[in-house]
Design a protein around this ligand. Structure first.
Ligand code: FES
Length: 103
């Protein structure tokens, strides 16, 4: 069974922004877009750039280095630079607290 670990209050994550958190030794990037909260691996699958700080729009994050866009829900990349999806993690928001499972 998945274990959800509380990581951040929702009010601390502005719309269309991200915040890196560490969960069981994994660097997880929380992203708030279009009213939903997503959790993805914080490393681009092209050249391992940190995604933290990448632009977030309409359910996607753009890598700060070469601009590959990843779908935050599925992890799927767009364009030719990489075909490897980002790892995505399950998220729950309960009473204003974001919890993530990395199991
Ligand atoms: S390292 Fe992310 S697009 Fe190249």
């Amino acid at each position: 069974m998945s274990e959800f670990i509380p990581v951040l209050e929702l009010q601390a994550l502005a719309p269309e922004s991200s915040q890196m958190v560490e969960v069981k030794g994994c660097e997880v990037l929380l992203c708030h877009s279009g009213g939903d909260v997503f959790a993805v691996a914080n490393r681009c699958t092209h050249q391992q750039q940190l995604l933290d700080g990448g632009r977030i729009r309409r359910g996607h994050i753009s890598c700060p280095l070469h601009g590959v866009r990843f779908n935050l829900r599925t992890g799927e990349p767009m364009g030719q630079l990489t075909r490897v999806p980002l790892a995505t993690y399950d998220v729950q928001v309960v009473e204003g607290m974001i919890s993530v499972s990395v199991d």
